[in-house]
Design a binder for this molecule. Sequence first.
Ligand SMILES: *Cc1c(COP(=O)(O)O)cnc(C)c1O
Length: 412
Amino acid sequence: MAVESIMTTYNRLSVAFERGEGSWLYDTDGNKYLDALSGIAVCGLGHAHPAVTHAICDQATKLLHTSNLYTIPLQQQLAERLTQVSGMENVFFGNSGAEANEAAIKLARRYGHTVRNIDNPTIIVMEDSFHGRTMATLSATGNRSAQAGFEPLVSGFVRAPYNDVEAIKKIAENNPNVVAILVEPIQGESGIQIPADDYLNQLRDICDQNEWLLMLDEVQSGNGRSGKYFAYQHNDILPDVVTTAKGLGNGVPIGACLARGTAATILTAGTHGSTYGGNPLSCAAALAVVNTILDENLCERSAELGDKIANGFRNELQHAGYVKEVRNKGMLIAIELTEAGTELAVLAKVKGILLNVTGGGKVVRMLPPLTMTDEEAELLVKTLSQIIRVYAADERSPASDSVSPSNDRRAQ
Ligand SMILES: *Cc1c(COP(=O)(O)O)cnc(C)c1O
């Protein structure tokens, strides 16, 4: 058997893109695809957004990297912008979501040792959560199959069901080592799970009562995706720590861990670091992203267009069997199926639509660019609804991933 030169950590669809523009990707054969996934919530401004392209090109002519041993003015500017928009006080920059969450986990443990005098600080994490693939973030992740084979896991986590405040109260009564809750305001990987409206408010209260840090993982839900800049802003609360990444750089790797109050005082000189984290290139890109999201009112747009798309699907799919529920918070959009339908990602790709199926194969997940136009959104709803109706009617065409789509079968 031939050994591939890339480790097979991903099952890849047989398509390679060479160019993108707005909501569209173009493959190496010249076919175009409507991108309803945005590289998994990364390219929130779509592909080749001029503001980001310009910021990267301009910065590349000046300076890519110095080191965090020196002052980085662009990092300071980005941190100021992020603290303004979030209500947080300071920021640690890394290069990914996992790295942002690692910073949060380390911060919580150090808070336990230095502020709470707890020798075995423990963090409450949720079932079905996703926090990353590094050892600590994998250990925090609530997915046994992702953890299998990587034991021993990092200790110091206790698990509770998502959206279950009573379970958290029980842990509070029984576990004096808890120092923090780490939770996604909306669970992304497990299929856009949206908790009760007051879930975060209740967690905030419990954290206040117990001197725990409320740490929100907004790697996927942040940067305008949920219809607010951060999803916790739907709740009128402030976390102690918030992490973000994905949509922050629109494709340039960057992650951030923001903190407030006591939490903002924990990571002092020498306690944590990252060689690349917050370098001039990634900060120039992220600054352009944040400014564009705010200047072009893309949070409001995300709320409005996300509802429109979800309503469109509800309307188109109301008589289709096989569809359990359509749900969304802004442009985090899910069509939950009654049974697994992993093939839908391939069927959609053949028709020129990019999305992904998650949540145990039962949730069609869409994370379209926040810049998607009304016409593109309508095309997405019409085309995908048709695919699902046909699929539900069990007229599953033998469309194979290896068959190159002819133009008349494509979305446009
Ligand atoms: C994607 C994701 C991560 C991990 O981010 P990476 O950049 O892949 O390390 C962490 N948390 C959530 C909620 C995510 O969606």
